[in-house]
Design a protein around this ligand. Structure first.
Ligand code: GDP
Ligand code: MG
Length: 370
């Protein structure tokens, strides 16, 4: 009969090694995760776990992660993270492109713009703003649904020649629900038929009271096409960011969120991580959603290889076991065993959810066929 270590058995059962140790302790056996056990004991454990269907709660797993709060003294200012929302064709993509062009470091060292789902601009005063490159409230709510509240500020784009449209109003609702401050960018002001004042008045109906109407929501007239009002917009973002006093501790194990992820033909699973706190470094071992890995390389939004990434920095990370989902959290842990253990546990939970949800989706498949 083959012998197996407690950890190997735990991995196969998609359980935590520590829980097997605990269970064995209850059976009167004191072992460590690295110790081998005989087949009888292994079978005993399998039935014990299988029959009781006792699930470790997510909270228990998270306990193994260092989620401690940081000391005030360790906090350093960090760049604001901005999401652009608004109705289709009101100029979200154009504005993102125009803002990207305001980066004073753009073109430096032959950097080529990489679309990695987020980018950072450095302003004339050297301060930075991070923009999420996936506009729209779907991405925003998807991320939030997965627990990633990465956005500090929403820029609501409204075309001055079109007015408030259904997706504008939806974006207002999402932003309010998230409790994220908003800045209104009235776009297409270069158009002769543009009527910014009408937009301000219509916004009142949705309880968005801009400064010009004696409210506290900042608004700015821009033209993404003519690139006017952009400095004004970045000034207002900075002002809003100052009010929020955004800070993070760069000197701890990194935590971040997946902005986007894909399977790259040549490079394998790749994820853009927006670092929330700590500094992510090449060689770091991590768990991200139900995947784990070790940072093999990191590439920034200018296509440059970087060795580390601090708070509010988006980087493409290579070295993942699989493709995580947008909004998944990344956490750096000390050992590969721990990373794998947590990832496998999460995979088993997902598997279980999928199994229990299967009848419902089958039903909907059949009704869709009718
Ligand atoms: P999105 O759907 O919100 O991403 O909107 P796009 O950025 O794709 O813009 C939709 C259309 O509006 C495109 O044809 C743009 O060229 C045009 N557009 C965007 N911004 C401006 C602007 O400031 N002025 C004018 N005149 N046209 C604009
Ligand atoms: Mg677009």
């Amino acid at each position: 009969p083959e012998a197996i270590t407690v950890q190997e058995l735990a991995n196969r059962m998609a359980e935590k090694g520590a829980d097997l140790v605990k269970a064995m302790f209850k059976m009167g056996m004191a072992v460590t995760v690295n110790q081998t056990i005989d087949q009888d004991t292994a079978e005993l454990l399998v039935t014990d776990f299988g029959h009781n269907v006792r699930r470790v709660s997510d909270a228990d797993v998270e306990l193994e992660l260092d989620t401690t709060e940081d000391n005030e003294a360790d906090l350093k200012p960090r760049a604001p993270v901005v999401t652009i929302m608004g109705h289709v064709d009101h100029g979200k993509t154009s504005l993102l492109d125009a803002l990207r062009g305001t980066d004073v470091t753009a073109g430096e060292a032959g950097g080529i713009t990489q679309h990695i789902g987020a980018y950072q601009v450095t302003l004339k005063d050297k301060s930075q703003i991070t923009f999420l490159d996936t506009p729209g409230h779907e991405a925003f709510s998807d991320m939030r649904a997965r627990g990633a509240n990465v956005t500090d500020i929403v820029v609501l784009v409204v075309a001055a020649d079109d007015g408030l449209m259904p997706q504008t109003i939806e974006a207002i609702h999402h932003t309010k629900a998230a409790g994220v401050p908003m800045i209104v960018a009235i776009n297409k002001c270069d158009k002769p038929e543009a009527n910014p004042q009408k937009i301000r008045e219509r916004l009142l109906e949705h309880e968005v009271i801009v400064e010009e109407m004696s409210g506290d929501v900042q608004d700015v007239e821009v033209s993404a096409l003519k690139k006017t009002g952009l400095d004004d917009l970045t000034d207002k973002i900075q002002l809003q960011a100052e009010l929020l006093e955004l800070k993070a501790n760069p000197g701890r194990a990194a935590e971040g969120a997946v902005v986007e992820a894909k399977l790259d033909k040549g490079r394998g699973p790749v994820a853009t991580i927006l670092v929330r706190r700590g500094t992510l470094k090449v060689g770091d071992i991590f768990v991200v959603g139900a995947e784990s890995g070790k940072v093999r390389a990191m590439i920034d939004d200018k296509g440059k290889q970087v060795k580390k990434a601090g708070p509010s920095t988006p980087v493409e990370v290579l070295g993942l076991s699989g493709v995580p989902m947008a909004g998944d959290q990344l956490q750096v842990v000390d050992t590969e065993t721990k990373a794998r253990e947590i990832a496998e546990y999460r995979q088993s939970v997902m598997q279980q959810k999928r199994t229990t949800q299967a009848p419902a989706s089958l039903e909907s498949m059949f009704s869709a066929l009718k």
